[in-house]
Ligand binder design. Structure first.
Ligand code: ADP
Ligand code: MG
Length: 411
């Protein structure tokens, strides 16, 4: 029996649902006793963990798109088509980096539900970074993930026709609009939805009054909206990465679309730098703080090094007449500079805009929170205002580590 009509799942109905899907018959036995819980830490969707009572190893995650933003309710509608996009993106990721992509067992286009591998030995990376846990293989893994998924979906690899068909298949206007608003528009003007606290207000107002900065942000927004360079994940922050000491997975590509590579690379780097800023107050011991920050900045450098190394085989196969070495070098340099700009926008929005990150917004003491937020904004400012001069990944790290919080104000 297949489902004929959409309804939103509950921990009770999800069990019946699982038994109705022939695609899942290889995992769960007909009629066997199952248990389910809702995970409930996502912003947009319903996510359930389901497992066999007899054998907890047989377990899946079911993610269902609701027709509205879960965090806000039905006053903010959002197309369920994003589940199709997510399933299609996961399929492409699995083609290029299966070791970093949760296996998809089933996509149900009626229920807009994806049943996938339950990553039950992995933690959301953000939670680990908040605790000061290092993941030594993360930079290598995500550097590879980025190189493979971005290069292989670009015009450097795809033939002319497939590329255009893929651009069309991944048209994702409503989710892109969320990014356009929350990342590139609202943080830079006075908008009710912005969520910074009043301690930071002088710095936020100064930033919003800075026309040169807004001009840079506008350039990044233009690139986001017009550069259909490759299939980007679209939301690759540390809350979309699940890790342990040996494995790394990228989840949640519902924002995927054909956009600029720098948006994904910048998102990862931004979140490492948000963690860097948060440990200004989260880790009071100076030696421990320096040590963890050293891990974060070394990860940023390694991530880019692995990315460019893994990208090289693609350059080795392009036509050297029309894409000579000078073009290739220029491409990678522009990518690095755009990465700095995108990272900056992603950082500023997490401090000023509606959707924050636990690294900073989770800091209990409001003064400490303001110190971390102030530092994050100053790192972002340094990156976006100097991105045109950036010539190496070390240079990006130098700009970030030279920044200091300006809160509390001494003037
Ligand atoms: P949303 O798009 O609504 O934010 P996510 O895809 O980020 O939803 O999932 C929400 C949460 O569910 C994640 O933060 C994670 O804790 C959990 N989760 C999602 N997918 C998996 C998975 N494959 N294995 C284990 N946990 C998962
Ligand atoms: Mg999501």
């Amino acid at each position: 029996m297949t489902t004929q009509q959409y309804y939103s799942l509950t921990p009770e109905t999800v069990i019946t649902y699982v038994h109705q899907r022939p695609q899942l018959a290889g995992i769960f036995h007909p009629g066997e006793s199952l248990e389910a819980v809702e995970v409930g830490d996502g912003n947009l969707n319903l996510v359930f963990k389901v497992w066999a009572r007899a054998d907890h190893k047989r377990t899946v995650v079911i993610k269902q798109a609701l027709p509205y933003v879960r965090l806000v309710g039905d006053s903010w509608p959002l197309p369920t088509d994003r589940a199709r996009i997510e399933a299609a993106a996961l399929e492409i990721h699995a083609r290029f980096v299966p070791q970093h992509t949760p296996k998809v067992y089933d996509f149900d286009p009626v229920m807009f539900a994806i049943t996938m591998q339950h990553l039950d030995e992995h933690l959301i990376m953000r939670k680990g970074l908040i605790q000061g846990i290092k993941y030594p293989l993360f930079a290598r893994h995500i550097g590879l993930f980025l190189a493979r998924t971005l290069a292989n979906t670009s015009d450097l690899v795809l033939d002319y026709k497939t590329k255009k068909e893929e651009v069309a298949r991944f048209i994702n206007p409503e989710l892109c609009k969320i990014t356009e608003d929350l990342v590139f528009t609202e943080p830079y003007r006075q908008v009710e939805r912005n969520l910074f606290h009043k301690e930071l207000e002088p710095q936020v107002l100064a930033l919003q009054a800075d026309e040169a900065l807004r001009a840079e942000v506008a350039q990044m927004k233009e690139k986001f909206m017009t550069q259909a360079q490759c299939l980007v994940h679209g939301d690759l922050h540390t809350g979309s990465i699940m890790v342990n000491q040996t494995e790394t997975y990228a989840i949640d590509p519902e924002f995927a679309f054909y956009g600029p590579m720098a948006f994904d690379i910048g998102a990862v780097i931004a979140n490492l730098l948000l963690s860097y800023a948060s440990h200004e107050v989260r880790t009071p011991d100076p030696d421990k703080r320096a040590d963890f920050r050293q891990y974060l900045t070394a990860s940023i450098i390694e991530l880019w090094q692995v990315f460019s190394r893994e990208f090289q085989p693609v350059w080795d196969q392009v036509d050297p007449i029309n894409m000579p070495k000078a073009y290739q070098d220029g491409y990678m340099l522009r990518l690095l500079q755009d990465t700095a700009g995108m990272a900056a926008c992603k950082m500023m929005r997490r401090v000023i805009g509606l959707a924050g990150v636990e690294d900073i917004r989770g800091i209990q003491d409001v003064h400490e929170r303001a110190i971390a937020g102030s530092l994050a904004l100053n790192i972002a400012r340094a990156l976006i205002m100097n991105r045109g001069q950036v010539s190496s990944i070390d240079h990006i790290v130098e700009l970030a580590t030279a920044a200091r919080p300006t809160y509390p104000w001494t003037a």
